[in-house]
Every structure is written in C-alpha cells, then in structure tokens.
Design a protein around this ligand. Sequence first.
Ligand code: 8X3
Length: 256
Amino acid sequence: MGDSLPTKTALITGATSGIGRATAERFAAAGIQLVLCGRRQERLTIIQEALSKQTKVHILNFDIRDRKAVHAAITSIPKDFSKIDILVNNAGNAHGLDTIDEGNLDDWDAMLDINVKGLLYVSKAIIPKMIEQQTGHIINIGSTAGKEVYPKGNVYCASKHAVDAINQGMRLDLNAHGIRVGAINPGLVETEFSNIRFKGDTDRASTVYKGFKALQAEDIADIIHFVISRPYHVNIADLVVMPTAQASSTIVKKVL
Ligand code: 8X3
C-alpha cells in the first residue's frame, strides 16, 4: 500500500503469537500483503483488524496437523492473495523437557506432528504454486536445537534437526525452479515458547529468561525481513542467531 514496488504476498504459519506475529507486524509495516494462519480464530481476527490499516490481510484458521484442513485452507485463498511470494514456516513449539525415559508420548506426537509434518503439509500445498511461478522464497524457522542436542531436549531437538534437513532438501530440490530456501535458527527467544513447553507453569517458564537479555520476537522478525528484502540473487541459506549472553544451548551468561 502506497509502495511503488509490486506488492508481495507472504503466508505465515503460527501467526497468532511470538515470532509469527512479530513477523506479520514487520511485514505489514513494509506493505507486504499477508495470509496469516493459526489455530486461534479470535487472535487472528484481532491481528487482522490491527494490520489491515497497513496492508491487505487474509486469515486462515486451521490446524497444520490436519492434512485435509491444510489443503482446504490453502485452496480457499482468494485470488488477490493467491500468488504467494514468501512462505514463512514458523508454526512449531516445544512440549515438555524430560529425559528420554520420562518423555510423554503425547508431547512427542505434538512436536513431530506440528514442527515436522505440519511444516511439510503446508509446504506441499504452497510449493506447486511457487514452481508454477518459477519464483518464491521459503523461510523455515528452525532452532539452535536443530544444530545441537541438549539434555532433555531429545525429541524437540530431533524435530528441529528434521527442519534443518528439510530446509537443505528443499533447497536442493527447488533449485531448478529458482526458488529461494533458507532457515533462521534462533536460540533463546522470550515468547510463549517456555510457557507452552512447561504447560502453563509461568514461574518455571520465566526462569528460562532471567538474568540475561534474551532475544525478542521482534529481533527475529527484523532478521526475517532483512532476509526476504535482499536482492533475488542473494539467498541467506542458513542463519543461526543467539542472544549475546548465549554461547550454546547450555552455556548462557546469567547474572542472577
Ligand atoms: C528454542 C531454543 O534452546 O529453547 O528453539 O531449544 S531452545
């Protein structure tokens, strides 16, 4: 809107909170049209109302674990939004932090179903459009947990290692079609992440980010916007970002 460059359209999964929401806000400020996906209709509507002042926003309420719902949602995208230039595969969470012998099977299913299979279902629905266009940009939100395994991280780390492998695989297989593929792998970002991991135990969740300055969702959104706004011949293939206080998944300089 008010932009002399052709308007781009981005589809963002997990757009109702954290990195997804901050990215939607950052993109809206840049005049990028948005297709925002999430499981919480009420939040989607609020975000749509807020961002519609800056850009055109279409919302899709579905669960990325449900492959039929994914297909139905993507095929329902109105014509004005149907040329997807940018896909941000952001939806994903950690559930639980337990040793492998104590892990909960429902937590394992949730992480593998959302972080891995859901990302694949959405990508599978969007990629043919990008191949047809012979252009497009896929950003996969991985994690430092996809680069190293930490104690009790087992299945969450496995899911993010899978995102790392899928990111590489997509880049190889979509190379012939001129599609950009890259991953952003954040370390400790202060969002609802730990609240969900610890199932609403806010005291436990807040200790994760105590004693140092964690990354904020807006920091990652800024980076995603930087990545997508490079000239088309520039592809940031794999980016790891941590708070300055963090050196690895287990080494964080805290002053408590
Ligand atoms: C989030 C980073 O270290 O909590 O993906 O797994 S960590």
